[in-house]
Structure formats: structure tokens, C-alpha cells
Write a protein that binds this ligand. Structure first.
Ligand code: GDP
Ligand code: PGA
Ligand code: MN
Ligand code: MN
Length: 605
């Protein structure tokens, strides 16, 4: 029966495991045809033309955004679905207590029925990819099988995919298999919709098998399997086993006016400022920043005992609203070069894109992400708060040459950060590695539109990895402590905790943020060089009065003091939440972090 599926017997590989994966997937999902993705520009043109013909894409004005496309998703498929995301380990303790869990065999049984015939009437694309540089000693390979041409086009941007990846599939190498279906089979003669998806969604990782099954959604974080599912959830498990780390971090290179180079990584929860910091245009004269990555870092200990970070991705999947030439000029320059996909932003009448926060004045008329007429009087937003641009890293004017270096870059500092309107100072320096891990372990942030569910609720988000840890969160924190012991103690990255989002009584941001954040980074780097002053507080060290460079900045001394303040009464509330969080993490939480909590309580008393 399956021998009749066109494409099944014309595979451009002899890799046995891959051929079996493709055959079994085809037998289960029953596509009309199979296509092997080669990653070529010709293929991009063919797929994007197809998406235009299907009504999924609208081609943007060539003068404004060459070779670029506007896309509106189903209004019910706009973000990651954390409540539908599962870690199916054999033992529930290996997923808990922060992940949804189901027995792998039970989940396979459910998914097998879901996937049975799910690609009927559609093309099954086989997309081999490599996360990270192609010339790595051990290239990190995956294969996404999908029935979504939108996913194929997006993976062209976000990963090194197609023939150049497939060439690395030698017999002795293995890969992470990912099976994805939008879950919308087409009956003969049935008209397709622009954004097929299913009301029921499953985003499932099998950590022991190192496999991914994703069903029902076309949205980036749910459907581009190389990204969150592979490079964070599955990779975090591989990293635990093999002594490295897979983290939700940007990577950047900073160059001081004296030409001193620093490499930093920063973990902030989704929609809390990673992409902006990764491309920051320094407001301080003489400083430069170069971009290595904006969302994911794979960190290994090098032969010299230092932490080295690699960006596994090849593009940016950035939050659109709030992005403009004032806040993130380098993101604008990147997308202005074209070759990009814009999902759930607004469309202008002259075929360009728009979102809230772009320019001073909104255009007089737009087509909203819901494909309705929009004017500045409209009550609803023109762009969805989690609308995204998908654009190649190659086009980024600040891209660092090191981004493609399989050795990665040696980290001097790690920043944790969240979105908190109170309590958390603009910057705090950790005393040592263990204290820094405690800061990361207790990181908190207000929820954002990047995941479905309520927005603005404070939750603990350890190392900004809550939705992405592929195993037990207590074990994950223990792994962080162990990694600190595995590195050269004198060369460990210094850890800082930042909060760009603290507000005054009227709800106004106390700190201008964006390009001005260089001032905060500068203080941190000067701390490492021993040239900046700090004061001790119960929670860590903050800039001494006058130590933060605010030369030429329009911020009042009062606002700056408020941004940096440590209020014991706010921290008593925080301690109660941390205790609740540590109780939840249970007995796999390393005792050293309990010690840190006790010490903090004593300092606050
Ligand atoms: P990511 O999802 O972590 O990569 O976060 P982004 O960099 O895309 O930023 C998410 C949102 O926060 C966007 O709307 C940004 O405009 C906004 N944002 C980023 N950095 C800052 C900052 O320093 N201050 C303020 N107030 N907003 C920021
Ligand atoms: P973000 O990436 O962290 O840039 O928002 C997408 C996500 O985490 O969902
Ligand atoms: Mn992310
Ligand atoms: Mn981002």
C-alpha cells in the first residue's frame, strides 16, 4: 500500500534509521506524497509560492520588504501551549514536578491514533537539519517530518537544513526524530484553509528515546521542532547526561572603548528582552556589541576549563511589537533586508508590515492580524502581542563572526533576568557561583503572551527554562551546581540578575531600557575588572551611588534609586514565594540551594 506514496522510494540517503523513520511515518500518516527538503533558494521560492497560492502567505511589497511574506495564523494558534506540552519519561519523577507527564506507552497510543491518516491529502516534507555549525566535530542532527509548508519555509530561516545537513548523516551518526502534523487531513476535493491546525494539541518529548511528536499546532515554538523541542527540551537531557548545558539564553560579544572584548550570555523568559539585548545598539559612546545568538545557548566546558557557548540556531524568531528604529534598530535593519516571514503582525495598505510600538503614529488604515479593517480608533490591537518576525541571522548587521564557530565563545558573565514591576533591582551581582545559581533557581517573571494563558502573573521560572527543562527541575538545578564544580573555579562566568521592567507608583518604567542597558552591562563588566564600586545588600551587591554611568542620561536620581532599591518588606513576600517554590521542587533540589535560602533569610532578618 505504502509503496504507492510518491517519493517514498526516491530517498536521497541510505541512512537506515532515517529511512525507517520516514517509512513508518508515511505508513502511519498516509500523505499523498513525500518531498525531501533540500534547503535551496529554488525550494524557498517554490514553497513560498505555494503558500501564497494556498492563501497562507501574502507577498509583501518588493520595495519595502523584498522576498518577504505576511501570514495570519488561526486566532487560536498564536503561542506555545504549555498546558499541552509533555515530557514522557519512563519514571514520572524524571519529568516532575514542573512538567506535564504521561507514561510513554500511553502517550504513544494516543498519538498513534491522532497521527493515523493525519497527512491525508497533504504533502509530507522530510526536513533534515543541523543545529549549530555544520563543521562541528559532532554535528547535532535532527529530522523534522511535517505536513506544513509554513514550517518548511520557517525552518529554512531558523536552521541549517536540507542537503548540507543531510550530507552529515553518516551511518554511525544518529539524529533526533521529530514528527509534526497540523492534524488537519483533507478529504478528496476538500478545500484547505489558510492556516490548518487542530483544536487538540500535543507537544510531546520522549527524553529516553530522544524523540519528538508534535500535533495540532503550526505556531513556531510548537511546530519548528529544531527550536524549543530539540535544542532545549531534548538537548537539556543530552546535556545532563554528557556534562554540558542547553539554555534559554542569548549570546553576545561586547567591545569596550579600550577594545577589550567580553562574551556574555543572558537568560530571560520569553518576551522579556533577549532578542533586544542580543542586538543592542549601545547608547554609550565607544562601546560596540556583536550578536552571537538571541534565544538558545549550548554551553560546554572547554579544555581550558572555561564555559564556551554556541548558538544552535540560524535565524531570529523575534517578538514583533515594541520593535522599531528607536528600541531595536538592528532588528529593523535585519528585517528590512527582506527574506523574512511575519506572522500575526498587521499589514499596511501599501504591502508593508506594522505593529504596536513601530513609529510614533500608527497608519490611518491597516489590515489587522485577524484580517479585519483597523484604524487608530479600533479597540483591538492591530498586531497580536506575540506576533513574530522570522529572519536570517546572516542579515543582522551586528552578527559576530564567531556565531558560526563550532568552538563557541568563552563566557565572561551570565545574566539572569525577568519582568518584575517591583522587588527586583535593576542589577544585582551574585557573590559566587552557588549564590548565582540560587538567583537563577529563584528567578521570577510576570507571564507574557509568548505562551497561552493568563498574562502578568508572577511565577518562578528557573534560569528562564521552566517550559523547556526536559527532565526533573531539581536535577536540573543540581546539574548547574555540578557544572560549576567541573569548570576552572577561577574562570567561571560571573553571575548577575537584572530587571529592566521595574515601575514607579504610576506604572511608568523606572529605567529607559534598550540601548541604555549598556550602562548596566558596563557596570557588570567593570565589576569583573575590579574597577566599579558596589554596596552589599542582603540579596547581593548593587551599584554604589554614582557607580552606574548615567552620564548624559535623562533619568532622575530618585528614579535610579528606586530602580536599584532593595526593600526588606518586599523581600519578605518574595521569601514566602521562594519557600513555596522550593517545597514544590522537593527532595531533588540540591541542599546547597536550601543553604542559600537560609542565609538570605538571616541577612534579611
Ligand atoms: P525575548 O522574547 O526574550 O527575546 O524578548 P524581546 O527582546 O523580543 O522583547 C520582548 C518585549 O519586551 C518587546 O516588546 C520589547 O520591546 C520589550 N523590551 C525588550 N527590552 C526591553 C527593555 O530594556 N525595556 C523595556 N521597557 N522593554 C523591553
Ligand atoms: P522568545 O522565543 O524567548 O524570543 O520569546 C520564543 C519562545 O520562547 O516562545
Ligand atoms: Mn525563547
Ligand atoms: Mn526573542
Amino acid at each position: 500500500m505504502t509503496a504507492t506514496i510518491p517519493g517514498l522510494d526516491s530517498a536521497p540517503t541510505t541512512h537506515a534509521k532515517l529511512l525507517t523513520f520516514v517509512r513508518e511515518s508515511a505508513e502511519l500518516t498516509q500523505p499523498d506524497r513525500i518531498e525531501w527538503v533540500d534547503g535551496s533558494p529554488q525550494e524557498w521560492t517554490r514553497i513560498t509560492d505555494l503558500l501564497v497560492a494556498n492563501g497562507t502567505f501574502r507577498r509583501l511589497n518588493e520595495q519595502k520588504k523584498p522576498n518577504s511574506f505576511w501570514c495570519a495564523s488561526d486566532p487560536a494558534d498564536v503561542a506555545r501551549v504549555e498546558d499541552r506540552t509533555f515530557i514522557c519519561s519512563a519514571d514520572p519523577k524524571d519529568a516532575g514536578p514542573t512538567n506535564n507527564w504521561m507514561d510513554p506507552a500511553d502517550m504513544k497510543a494516543i498519538l498513534t491514533e491522532r497521527f493515523r491518516g493525519s497527512m491525508t491529502g497533504r504533502t509530507m516534507y522530510v526536513l533534515p537539519y543541523c543545529m549549530g555549525p555544520l563543521d562541528a566535530d559532532e554535528p547535532m542532527l535532527g529530522v523534522e517530518i511535517t505536513d506544513s509548508p509554513y514550517v518548511v519555509a520557517s525552518m529554512h530561516i531558523m536552521s541549517r537544513c536540507g542537503t548540507r545537513a543531510l550530507e552529515l548523516f553518516t551511518d554511525e551518526r544518529t539524529f533526533v526524530p521529530g514528527l509534526h502534523s497540523v492534524g488537519a487531513p483533507l478529504q478528496p476535493g476538500e478545500q484547505d484553509v489558510p492556516w490548518p491546525c487542530n483544536e487538540t494539541k500535543y507537544i510531546v518529548q520522549f527524553p529516553e528515546e530522544r524523540a519528538i511528536w508534535s500535533y495540532g499546532s503550526g505556531y513556531g515554538g510548537n511546530a519548528l521542532l529544531g527550536k524549543k523541542c530539540h535544542s532545549l527540551r531534548i538537548a537539556s537531557v543530552q546535556a545532563r547526561d554528557d556534562g554540558w548545558m542547553a539554555e534559554h539564553m542569548l549570546i553576545a560579544k561586547l567591545i569596550s572603548p579600550e577594545n577589550k572584548k567580553y562574551y556574555i550570555a543572558a537568560a530571560f523568559p520569553s518576551s522579556c528582552g533577549k532578542t533586544n539585548l542580543a542586538m543592542l545598539e549601545p547608547a554609550l559612546p565607544g562601546w560596540r556589541l556583536e550578536t552571537v545568538g538571541d534565544d538558545i545557548a549550548w554551553i560546554r566546558i572547554g579544555p581550558d576549563g572555561r564555559f564556551y557557548a554556541v548558538n544552535p540556531e540560524n535565524g531570529f524568531f523575534g517578538v514583533a511589537p515594541g520593535t522599531d528604529y528607536h528600541t531595536n534598530p538592528n532588528a529593523m535593519r535585519t528585517i528590512d533586508k527582506g527574506n523574512s516571514i511575519f506572522t500575526n503582525v498587521a499589514l499596511t495598505d501599501d504591502g508593508d508590515i506594522w505593529w504596536e510600538g513601530m513609529g510614533a503614529e500608527p497608519p490611518a488604515h491597516l489590515t489587522s492580524w485577524k484580517q479585519q479593517d483597523w484604524t487608530p480608533e479600533s479597540e483591538e490591537k492591530a498586531a497580536h502581542p506575540n506576533s513574530r518576525y522570522c529572519t536570517p541571522i546572516e542579515q543582522c548587521p551586528t552578527r559576530a563572526a564567531e556565531y558560526d564557530d563550532p568552538q563557541g565563545v568563552p563566557l565572561d558573565a551570565i545574566f539572569f533576568g525577568g519582568r518584575r514591576k517591583d522587588t527586583i533591582p535593576l542589577i544585582t551581582e551574585a557573590r559566587d557561583w552557588q549564590h548565582g545559581v540560587f538567583m537563577g533557581a529563584t528567578l521570577s517573571s510576570e507571564t507574557t503572551a509568548a505562551a497561552t494563558g493568563q498574562v502578568g502573573v508572577v511565577r518562578r521560572d528557573p534560569m528562564a527554562m521552566l517550559p523547556f527543562i526536559g527532565y526533573n527541575a531539581g536535577d536540573y538545578l543540581a546539574h548547574w551546581i555540578e557544572m560549576g564544580k567541573g569548570a576552572d573555579a577561577g574562570k567561571l562566568p560571573k553571575i548577575f540578575y537584572v530587571n529592566w521592567f521595574r515601575r514607579d507608583e504610576d506604572g511608568k518604567f523606572l529605567w529607559p531600557g534598550f540601548g541604555e542597558n549598556i550602562r548596566v552591562l558596563k557596570w557588570a563588566l567593570e565589576r569583573m575588572d575590579g574597577t566599579a564600586a558596589a554596596v552589599d545588600t542582603p540579596i547581593g551587591r548593587v551599584p554604589a551611588p554614582g557607580a552606574l554611568d548615567i552620564d548624559g542620561l535623562d533619568v532622575t536620581a530618585d528614579d535610579l534609586a528606586k530602580a536599584l532599591a532593595v526593600h526588606p518588606q518586599e523581600w519578605r513576600g518574595e521569601i514566602a514565594q521562594i519557600e513555596e517554590w522550593f517545597d514544590k521542587l522537593g527532595d531533588r533540589l540540591p541542599s546547597s540551594l536550601h543553604d542559600e535560602l537560609e542565609a538570605l533569610k538571616q541577612r534579611l532578618a
